[in-house]
Design a protein around this ligand. Structure first.
Ligand SMILES: Cc1ncc(COP(=O)(O)O)c(C=O)c1O
Length: 379
């Protein structure tokens, strides 16, 4: 469909084209010098000691789960209001997923109190997700984790460029995982990065990312090694040079992109506060700096989400919702699961278009359509 206002849009230009061409002409296509440079630049950007580029964000999460030792017989506590990959990564290790509720309808991140209530003798890790790029309550989550001796993994797929108390989201826990999927604040088409300040986790990830091998093809090409051993059951989760080249350029553009997102979000909020007061606008509280990955709204009770979305579609406006709760999916369904806040927010949540290249005119069209739909005359 040809949207007048798409939900998201990627901004790729001459810089990415040039960087990709350079790789194609270099004669070395897989994980090598460009990937190493991308890792170093991203590590410096977020303030982490180690960064590992991988083929997608889910692979980063899987490696993080393995590196903190999750496996058969363990439990990990995760939010349900997230993309399914957060939970799947835990399941891949053989560990069991235990869902915890979000803080409130005003802050859609997993609640430290709800996490603590779900801890059992088998709990080994907490996987948080910075919803929309907004910070989870990391000081409190780390306090709970320390008290119960649990690992903390941050699903920071939405959160690149976000921070809390001046510390980047993704660097608070034992490991942080970014996604560079095509709709993220920075993209490599498919791709991800795991960051950590823990040398032991770093060593594990280094080995598991490439088949459990002790040296890489790149090391051997450079003459730094001539053979290898296989010391663990690893995977092929490597990033290639083409994607890393795109990533380096995207990282340079990220601060400006996030700044424009913030500007657009302020415009949305102001317009809706004035003209659509019944609309729920989560994340009003000042808590760190958000990467503003998405703009979520909560429809007033009684407004049917699909009818609302259809009405916007008629204007050529694309919307989405984040997310169908993971505990509703067949493979995660449990009869007695009760996540009151997650259920209620997920039922009413809609995501409006947000991307750096969005024009004020495009945004005005969205604002007008939402206000018109929710105006009293409509009900
Ligand atoms: C919250 C969240 N977690 C994990 C992922 C998985 O990332 P990827 O698609 O790069 O595997 C995504 C993105 O798609 C996501 O939005």
């Amino acid at each position: 469909m040809d949207w007048r206002v798409p939900l998201a849009d990627v901004a790729l230009g001459k810089e990415e084209e040039g960087a990709v061409l350079e790789v194609l002409r270099s004669g070395w296509l897989t994980m090598g010098a460009v990937t190493q440079a991308f890792e170093q630049e991203l590590a410096a950007f977020v303030g982490a000691r180690h960064a590992f580029a991988v083929n997608n964000g889910t692979a980063a999460l899987h490696l993080a789960c393995l590196a903190v030792g999750l496996g058969e017989g363990d439990e990990a506590i995760v939010p349900s209001l997230t993309f399914v990959a957060t939970a799947n990564a835990v399941r891949y290790t053989g560990a069991e997923v235990v869902f915890a509720d979000v803080e409130s309808e005003d802050w859609l991140c997993v609640s430290p109190r709800a996490i603590e209530e779900k801890i059992t003798g088998r709990t080994k890790a907490i996987v948080v997700m910075h919803y929309g790029g907004f910070a989870c309550d990391m000081p409190e989550i780390l306090r709970v984790a320390k008290k119960h001796d649990l690992a903390v993994i941050e699903d920071a797929a939405h959160a690149i460029g976000g921070s809390l108390q001046g510390k980047s989201l993704g660097t608070w826990g034992d490991a942080g995982c970014y996604s560079f999927f095509g709709n993220k604040n920075m993209t490599t088409a498919e791709g991800g990065m795991l960051v950590t300040n823990d040398d032991r986790i770093a060593e594990k990830v280094r080995v598991l990312r490439s088949h459990g091998m002790t040296t890489l093809t790149w090391d051997r090409h450079k003459g730094h090694a001539s053979t290898y051993d296989v010391v663990d059951l690893g995977y092929n989760y490597r990033m290639d040079e083409i994607r890393s080249a795109i990533g380096r350029e995207q990282l340079k553009k990220l601060p400006a992109g996030n700044a424009r997102r913030t500007e657009l979000v302020l415009r949305y909020r102001q317009a809706f506060q004035e003209k659509a007061p019944a609309l729920g606008l989560p994340f009003a509280e000042q808590r760190g700096i958000s990467s503003q990955h998405i703009f979520p709204i909560l429809l007033p009770e009684g407004v049917q989400r699909e009818v609302f979305r259809e009405a916007l579609k008629a204007y050529g406006i694309q919307t989405s919702f984040h997310y169908p709760p993971v505990h509703h999916f067949l493979i995660y369904r449990k009869e007695d699961e009760e996540l009151r806040m997650t259920e209620s927010a997920a039922r009413r949540q809609v995501t409006l278009p947000l991307f750096p290249a969005m024009t004020d005119e495009q945004q005005d069209l969205v604002i007008e359509a939402v206000i018109k739909y929710l105006s009293p005359a409509k009900k």
